[in-house]
Design a protein around this ligand. Structure first.
Ligand code: TRP
Length: 364
């Protein structure tokens, strides 16, 4: 049976390989190896798929202009699940890409019933503040809201989503999204316009890094772009950062027991990892020592691998020791708690500094 992903409801993704095959997504692994100084999300293969990334790679190699565009739906607290996309954006920004970052306040309102003013507040206080603290620079950056559009080009942006509607049919929409309501349809067309927009400013080669939950939008954006005689936008796809409940689950802003937020306290991190982080260990100490654990499904290990242990040798030792049973679940959790808390301590100081400069990011 053909897989179907509902971008607004997806709770887990079980089989990425199958999805990639069905949706014509190519493997990113050659680029994960070739890209220099890439963030762990890329190096350690959280980003596993792409469409036309070869075009972006050429731009990087030949120092040609390209733009990176992505969006965030401001629906609640900022957690690890949101960190992977911004670390990639910051990486491309350092490589010289023009950055377009938009806050999908319209989508949050239409699909999540969040009042527009609140969506804006969340976008600034949660998302943008953390982005700056994580290293997003003001250089080559345009940050804007879906309800306002990019400065000096508001009309063109607003019209784009409406004009895009002429280039699709209800049958196509139903085929891609299944059962869809008017709010979701408007959100999808707005997202298509978001993705095409940098081309109106003259940058023909664009990359949109997104999670697999956004797969449908990438297909619609590419179909509509070609029918409107734009270049085909390029994409990379990252796996969903696992929620605390297991490797195939998702962090959900409305359920604190599923996520670690970038504003969580030391105590909260410790309690959440100890209580909730799914373990690949054996049920008893004796069994664990005999049979060993399974790091590949262990959420604490996955966080270390994707975000917090940049040293390959150290990571490998943890992997091997856990697998052989030498390293216990409680010990692995201690390592992860320590790493997360040391990251958050510095990050939370940076957040306070970010608050002081945030207005500069909003002005132009
Ligand atoms: N739909 C995205 C989300 O749920 C947000 C978004 C809006 C977006 N426009 C976009 C993402 C354009 C990438 C590109 O998070």
């Amino acid at each position: 049976m053909k897989s179907r992903i509902d971008p607004w409801e997806v709770k887990e993704v079980k089989n990425y390989k199958k999805l990639m095959k069905e949706f014509g997504v190519n493997s990113f692994s050659q680029y994960a190896k070739k890209l220099k100084n890439a963030p762990l999300e890329i190096k350690r293969e959280l980003v596993i798929g792409h469409k036309d990334f070869n075009k972006i790679y050429d731009c990087i190699e030949m120092k040609k202009e390209f733009a990176v565009l992505t969006g965030l739906m401001p629906s609640g607290v900022f957690h690890f699940g949101h960190m992977s996309v911004i670390n990639q954006v910051i990486y491309y920004q350092k490589l010289g890409a023009k950055i377009y970052l938009l806050a999908a306040d319209l989508e949050a309102n239409l699909t999540r019933n969040i009042p527009l003013e609140e969506a804006k507040k969340i976008a600034i206080e949660e998302y943008l503040t953390n982005y700056i603290a994580l290293g997003l620079s003001k250089k080559n950056l345009k940050f804007y809201f879906q309800t306002e559009g990019p400065k000096n080009n508001e009309k063109e942006y607003m019209n784009l989503s409406k004009l895009a509607s002429a280039k699709t049919t209800f049958n196509e929409i139903k085929d891609i999204y299944g059962d869809i309501n008017p709010q979701k349809l408007i959100s999808a067309l707005t997202q298509v316009a978001d993705i095409i927009y940098p081309q109106l400013e003259g940058t023909k080669t664009t990359l949109t890094p997104i999670g697999f939950d956004q797969l449908n939008h990438s297909n619609l954006a590419r179909d509509i772009a070609s029918r409107m005689n734009f270049s085909l936008p390029c994409f990379t796809f990252h796996k969903l950062v696992p929620g605390l409940q297991g490797a195939n689950t998702k962090m959900s802003s409305s359920k604190p027991e599923t996520y670690i937020a970038l504003t969580d306290s030391k105590k909260e991190v410790e309690a959440k990892i100890k209580k909730y982080a799914f373990s690949g260990g054996q049920p008893s100490l004796k069994e664990h020592k005999e049979k060993g654990g399974n790091p590949d499904v262990d959420v604490s290990y996955i966080y270390l691998k994707t975000f917090f242990e940049p040293n390959d040798n150290k990571l490998k030792k943890i992997y091997d020791d856990y697998k052989s049973g030498k390293l216990l679940t409680s010990e692995l959790k201690e390592i992860t708690i320590e790493k997360i808390n040391s990251f958050l301590k510095t990050h939370q100081i940076k957040r306070e500094k970010a608050k002081k400069v945030i207005n500069k990011y909003l002005q132009d």
